[in-house]
Design a protein around this ligand. Structure first.
Ligand code: GDP
Length: 285
């Protein structure tokens, strides 16, 4: 599990992922993930490793495996272990902690923190809700209207880490963005990783570019998540993924060179993302 902890600046390593082995082992995991493990192989790959599944549709002559770079390629067993970190139990309390409009109102915590940023309507609340699907008492608001999240919302995931839902930027939220997001990103000491959400249907927008520039300027390690992958045809999604991957490879320094495509509707990519978060916060030790 050390792959993600390798410095994201180590270069664009090309790693061949091992083929999924026979699924005869019994993993200690949540019943929900056990159900995923029972899926036929093709469907399982689509749900657990969407990028790998997409890569299979690349024509052999379309370049040296642009989206085949798999820096983070955990086994199903590791993914199953990470599931339990996101599962609320008496010993692993997952709860909403507090909200803050300014950084000095944020809870003072020692444990590692990850934050989620993105323009309004990108699917941030839906993704966080999907991450917390095994913690049904955690309430994550999902907006009907864009721009409702005006505060930073802090969630505690056991003794492992905190997860912060940042105010969506864009529509009617420029002040929030400057006052909260920028200050938070710049000054939050325990921030381990920033997850920047981009709508896979729309691609990288001007607003996303502002956030990207900010992450780059502050030399933050950040990760790009592509949301709503269930909305497009495979061909369109592939085109978008290749375009965004190219952007990441050529225009960024601090962005983790592997994209995380997800769907909050089909849950595709969500398990892998949980495992990545668990890994970078040291929760799998
Ligand atoms: P936020 O403003 O970034 O928190 O965005 P929301 O999570 O509220 O989502 C905005 C809209 O996109 C809502 O209508 C969601 O139902 C929809 N949405 C979010 N994620 C997905 C997804 O993965 N697939 C699809 N098809 N729709 C999604």
């Amino acid at each position: 599990m050390a792959a993600a902890r390798l410095s994201h600046r180590m270069g664009r390593l090309l790693e061949k992922a091992p083929a999924l082995g026979p699924r005869t082992r019994v993993y200690s995991t949540s019943p929900a993930f056990a159900e995923v493990l029972r899926l036929p192989q093709k469907q399982l790959t689509k749900v657990v490793y969407p990028l790998r599944e997409l890569g299979q549709h690349l024509a052999a002559d379309s370049g040296p495996g642009l989206i085949e770079q798999r820096l983070f390629d955990p086994s199903l067993e590791d993914i199953g272990r990470a599931e339990s970190i996101f599962e609320a139990t008496a010993r692993n309390r997952i709860e909403y902690l507090s909200s803050a409009v300014r950084l000095d109102h944020a809870p003072s915590l020692q444990q590692p923190e990850v934050c989620f940023i993105g323009r309004s309507n990108v699917g941030k609340s839906s993704l966080i809700k999907a991450l917390f699907s095994l913690a049904p008492d955690v309430e994550v608001r999902i907006s009907k209207k864009p721009g409702h999240t005006k505060k930073m919302n802090f969630f505690k995931v056991g003794k492992h880490f905190t997860l912060v839902d940042m105010p969506g930027y864009g529509y009617r939220a420029p002040e929030d963005f400057v006052d909260m997001v920028e200050t938070y990103l710049k000054e939050r000491n325990n921030l381990k990783r920033t997850f920047l959400l981009v709508d896979s249907v729309v691609g990288i927008t001007k607003l996303d570019n502002i956030a990207i520039e900010m992450c780059e300027e502050f030399a933050l390690p950040y990760v790009m998540i592509l949301t709503k992958i269930d909305k497009s045809s495979k061909g369109y999604l592939l085109k978008q993924v290749l375009q965004i991957q190219k952007f990441v490879n050529t225009q960024t320094q601090g962005c983790f060179p592997q994209l995380f495509p997800i769907s909050a509707v089909t849950n595709s990519g969500v398990h892998l993302l949980k495992c990545f978060i668990a890994d970078i916060t040291g929760s799998l030790k």
